[in-house]
Design a protein around this ligand. Sequence first.
Ligand code: GLN
Length: 479
Amino acid sequence: MAKTYTSLTEIKQDLQSGDVTVEGLVQNYLSNINKYERLNAFNEVFETEALQKAAELDRKIKSGDAIGSLAGMVIAIKDNICYKGHVVTASSKILENFTSVFSSTVVERLLAQDAIIIGRCNCDEFAMGGANENSYFGPVKNMADESRVPGGSSGGSAVAVQANMCHAAIGTDTGGSIRQPASFCGVVGLKPTYGRVSRHGIIAYASSFDQPGPITRSIEDAALLFQVMAGPDAYDSTLARVPVPRFAEQTAVDTGRKKIAYLQEVMDSKGLDSEVKATLLQTIENLKAEGHVVEPVSFEYLDYVVPTYYILTMAEASSNLARYDGVHYGYRSANAVDLVTTYKRSRSEGFGTEVKRRIMLGTFVLSAGYYDAYYGKAQKVRKLIQKRTNEILEEYDFILTPTAPEPAFKIGRQDIDPIVTYLEDIFTVQASLAGVPAISIPVENNSQNLPLGLQLITKAFDEEKLLNFATYVLGLRKS
Ligand code: GLN
């Protein structure tokens, strides 16, 4: 039985001692991909290419040539991240046969450090969803219980890591799409600060929110991938010119005394599952026992975060998705006879139900007569949420919340009411609206053996502090 590695450090040790080869690693992942095909985590596997790159890397290692910091790291990418010469679909019929003409900055940076990309992962169509049930290629199943969703929208990426089909994956997070599936699948998910990681070559959903980030089995690997991907890029003018922390090989564990806030409204929220709440309370107790200050604070906007997030992201999506017109690229209806029918039929046939719902609602909130009442208002509320979040983070080092109000739910539930699914995002969208970094860590499994994650949020550009403390909290829970 091939071994499941928690971190790249372990892989590197075995590569060095000759216990394993990169080709052997890739073969092992490929066999797991095969074994768990029914989970539907991948839209495409780059089998031949991955094996070939592995053999090249093995040759380099053997001859002592210089190798990148990610040598031995076999990753999967969410299928909304462009990789030159490879199909990228955003799990939509409208892009089913579209091949990337250039690579995203994140892919270029990962490849430059010798990471191997093994395939592209299933996700919600255009990253719109929280259950991975909105994919044109069908739902993804959670390995912990195959009748349940893996979360979304980066559900395929999270399952690929969960089932050891790759060592790590790259997802994107607009309102929780890295953190929530990580929580549902028992892995680590980091959403960096908005403006940290380039969006160049990422298929846009809501541009003032979207951030790529890592999904991994250890915080150490999340730090490493983050470090490689982050930093200014000439192709994305929203990136801040803030130096990227250079993490040591091993994330140093910070044991200093910290001030941590938990939100009273979160504790009182009706939809909070009792075991999720118990996990949070236990962690609070453990932190207090270690001498940290852990206090309740009031975040009076909790009821407004989901509506604000959805108004703004749907507005941005309606604008971003205007480019799929049946003319420039992507799917064109066979029933189109003139320009107007090309637009209408290509879009009607090419987009799925949830994407259409969001384009229509987004267009509505931006339309004359409703703009001030919805879009303008939501922008103002976003400012208030940002201001209050930053105020809390001035006083406290971290905000601690559950990542999601409940564990992975049953496949098919969202068909009943999309609003129920939107409300699942209640704890993740605060950091997205505020633009601050947040991480989901797998703390334990519930009585049904379903993974539960906790979320830590900190100030913009303080990922180093976040990763350090997350390592510490995970250590506390596991000890
Ligand atoms: N569930 C949220 C949504 O549907 C988050 C998606 C995301 O982060 N891409 O918008």
